[in-house]
Write a protein that binds this ligand. Structure first.
Ligand code: AMP
Ligand code: MG
Length: 410
């Protein structure tokens, strides 16, 4: 067994898949393969921030002065106008280029026009309502680094820089295969000893959340031949094979041996964590296999830790993991054992700090408790008991959705 940090570090060495170009409007959620730099200053020219009058400061030293208004108004998109002559005000609209000697703009709201003249009722400070060329961005600045997953506003920055199409890394193709003789499809009514497959749909949904195309394969029975066929065929349609179940030490946990027999090289099998101890990671050439434990909560926790790291690195994501926060415990926690613990929890921001409540769960099969969680508290191995109010580190696993208020079973 290796520590979680070591497992993550081994996965993090994966190299990104190839690159491709996508039209800019489709780039949100994709990982940039090359940095994007500004190809011009921003703003690109001296411009007005208001509809108003461009003036020389010497002409507007007192409120209520009358100036002669230039005959033409300058609008956005017009060529740069001639310099202001003393005693003159130039009517400019928002986004219009300014005369090169404009010192300030007085908003129209603070003016009155009358027969070719205008009265300005404000004494502007130097630079008032002007936007200077390059004040926000100087040409050549890196706007977006390579390895960044693009947000909607990143798309706007890339547009400013003329980046269309956008160079991005290829998305990893994922196949999800659940194993277990007891597992029946969601559409079936489970017979004695059977249960419905919740891991397959859950893993597909978690992949979808990150934009990774995932295919759900038919359930694999716990039979040596069937499991060996899974590994023999792996890599035809996927970069990453994600399985659930069959990786622990039971009589029917056939996956690690079958993977090795099919030529996969085990990168690790067994991580010192709770839940999720039996998780396995292995590769054959360009094909990766991540074997998640079958218990639904273990599968989910291992997805957030290891599947996101693996698929994220394949996609060139420089920060593939869940974001981390430090939060104050709302109630105490017992001392941790030798393994690192990932505990379902609800975090919220209250009164200027993050608070986190560990959820009561029956264990790693308790999907109902886990479904309420929006964070996992990370409790280091050998941690002493923690009192309410202690600061703990948490992985944020869900943003946005409100916590589920569920009835208790009893
Ligand atoms: P395993 O890792 O194969 O030993 O499975 C551990 C536990 O998880 C068993 O109780 C399984 O019934 C359960 N389990 C395995 N696969 C799934 C699945 N796809 N959906 C829901 N529960 C599962
Ligand atoms: Mg099983």
């Amino acid at each position: 067994m290796i520590p979680v940090a070591e497992a993550l570090s081994r996965i993090s060495r994966l190299q990104p898949l190839g690159t491709e170009a996508v039209p800019l409007p489709e780039a949100q959620g994709r990982v940039l393969a090359r940095e994007i730099r500004a190809d011009c200053d921003w703003p690109p020219f001296e411009t007005s921030a208001m509809d108003g009058y461009a003036v020389l400061l010497s002409d507007v030293a007192t409120p209520g002065v009358w100036l002669s208004e230039r005959g033409t108004t300058v609008g956005a998109g017009d060529p740069p106008p001639a310099p202001i002559v003393p005693g003159e005000a130039v009517r400019v609209m928002t986004g219009a280029p300014l005369p090169e000697n404009a010192a300030a703009v007085v908003p129209v709201e603070q003016s009155r026009r009358e027969g070719g003249r205008v009265r300005l009722d404000a004494v502007p400070a130097e630079g008032a309502h002007l936007r200077h060329r390059g004040e926000s961005i100087v040409a050549g600045t890196v706007l977006l680094p390579a390895g960044r997953r693009m947000t909607g506003t990143d798309v706007a920055l890339a547009a400013m820089a003329g980046a269309d199409p956008v160079p991005v890394f290829r998305r990893p193709r994922i196949t999800i295969a659940v194993t277990g003789n007891e597992i029946v499809p969601v559409s079936a009514r489970p017979g004695p000893g059977q249960l419905r497959d919740s891991n397959g749909p859950m893993l597909a949904a978690l992949c979808q959340e990150r934009g990774w195309p995932a295919r759900l394969a038919p359930r694999v029975a716990d039979e040596t031949g069937r499991v060996e066929r899974l590994f023999a065929e792996a890599g035809r349609e996927e970069d990453l094979l994600l399985t659930s179940g069959g990786v622990s030490a039971g009589d029917f946990d056939l996956l690690p041996r079958a993977a090795e027999k099919a030529g996969f090289e085990i990168v690790f099998h067994g991580v010192s964590m709770r839940p999720g101890k039996p998780v396995a990671f292995s590769r054959r050439g360009d094909t990766l296999w991540l074997g998640l434990p079958g218990n639904p909560v273990s599968a989910a926790v291992c997805f957030h830790l290891f599947a996101r790291e693996a698929a994220g690195r394949l996609e060139g994501d420089a920060h593939p993991g869940a974001s981390l926060i430090t939060a104050r415990l709302s109630r105490g926690l017992k001392a941790g054992g030798p393994r690192e613990v990932y505990r379902d929890a609800l975090w919220e921001s209250a009164g200027g700090e993050c608070r986190v409540e560990p959820l009561s769960s029956f264990g790693s099969h308790d999907l109902k408790a886990y479904a309420r969680a929006n964070a996992l508290i990370r409790i280091p191995s050998g941690s002493p008991a923690l009192e309410a109010g202690s600061l703990v580190e948490c992985l944020v696993i869900r943003e946005g959705a409100p916590p589920l208020a569920l009835e208790s079973a009893t």
